[in-house]
Design a protein around this ligand. Structure first.
Ligand code: SF4
Ligand code: SF4
Ligand code: SF4
Length: 298
């Protein structure tokens, strides 16, 4: 069974307990405006282009036998509709301005790759985190990866946006030790506006996992001007009331991934999004701390 991943990040300490190896799957059903990994959204391979590094030598144009690449208004443009992802243009680009994002891999090869870090997992109570994009968008491929890891005694976490097939979520839950479950916006209209999808399924799937007795950590991206109002915070408290939630992680919005939009030739649409100040974060933390273990980051 083949799937598509972006990359494998080793020695990560922010995606679950202990030392973890995180696999970023390619493709996401959501299009969050704040997304700092926009290269993870498309289910297809892409070529990223860094204009700042480009010396305009035009070698990539000559290297492309599919005529995908043009030089327009001082910038290299790539037509991905014709691209075979042969990587010739990347090999010919001596400035390192071009980068292929996305690679196909079988479940078995991916697991073999992840098992190389077993010693780190054992010594730190860590494991593998399946992240993205949305890992479970690749349904049975991801289930197979989780199953193979579990068989080898590896602890597996799934970092999910929750907008996934409920039957597949239930099936994978038997192989998942911890769910890192994102709650973004309570107001349904605002949720659609900022993420491109409705939040009803996300909330239903959270209830499903709670009902199944899964270990759940909630993750909330905190974006000033979007989900920092009292109504939003109390809405989250109402949603998780009565659920067995082990921990809440507040993830302050940042603009580190902003340059990636240029590299993908995408428009960064900032509506009302602001980086939250320390006071905003601390106030939200205090509210959740009355009932839950709360951490900033993670
Ligand atoms: S990856 Fe291959 S086909 Fe695609 S733009 Fe580069 S050279 Fe052309
Ligand atoms: S080969 Fe690289 S440096 Fe030369 S024009 Fe193409 S992207 Fe720019
Ligand atoms: S769910 Fe995550 S990966 Fe998907 S668009 Fe939103 S922020 Fe990006």
């Amino acid at each position: 069974m083949q799937g598509k991943i972006l990359n494998i990040q080793r020695c990560s300490i922010h995606n679950g307990p202990g030392i973890r190896t995180t696999v970023f799957f390619k493709g996401c059903p959501m299009t969050c405006l704040w997304c700092h990994n926009p290269e993870s959204q498309s289910f297809k391979n892409e070529v990223m282009y860094d204009q700042e590094k480009c010396v305009q030598c035009q070698s990539c144009i000559t290297a492309c036998s599919n005529n995908c690449i043009n030089f327009e208004a001082g910038k290299i443009k790539t037509n991905l509709d014709r691209c075979s992802f042969c990587e010739n243009c990347i090999d010919y680009c001596l400035s390192g301005s071009r980068e292929l994002v996305g690679r196909d891999i079988s479940a078995r090869n991916l697991v073999d790759e992840l098992l190389k870090d077993s010693e780190f997992f054992k010594n730190s109570n860590g494991g593998v985190t399946l992240s993205g994009g949305e890992a479970l968008s690749q349904g049975y491929f991801t289930i197979e990866v989780a199953k193979l890891l579990k068989k080898r005694g590896i602890s597996v976490a799934l970092d999910t946006c929750g907008f996934v097939n409920s039957e597949q979520l239930e099936e994978i839950s038997q192989y998942i030790d911890i769910f890192l479950y994102d709650i973004k916006i309570i107001d349904p209209e605002k949720h659609r506006e900022f993420t491109g999808v409705d939040n009803k399924l996300i909330f239903e799937n959270l209830q499903l996992l709670n009902h199944l007795g899964s270990r759940i950590f909630i993750r909330i991206p905190v974006i000033d001007g979007v989900n920092t109002s009292e109504g939003e915070i109390h809405g989250i408290l109402d949603l998780i009331d009565g659920m067995d939630i082990e921990k809440i992680s507040l993830l302050p919005y940042h603009e580190i991934g902003r340059h990636k939009y240029d590299k993908l030739d995408l428009n960064f649409k900032n509506k009302t999004m602001k980086v939250p100040g320390k006071i905003v974060i601390e106030n939200i933390k205090k509210i959740f701390e009355k009932k839950y273990i709360v951490e900033i980051g993670g």
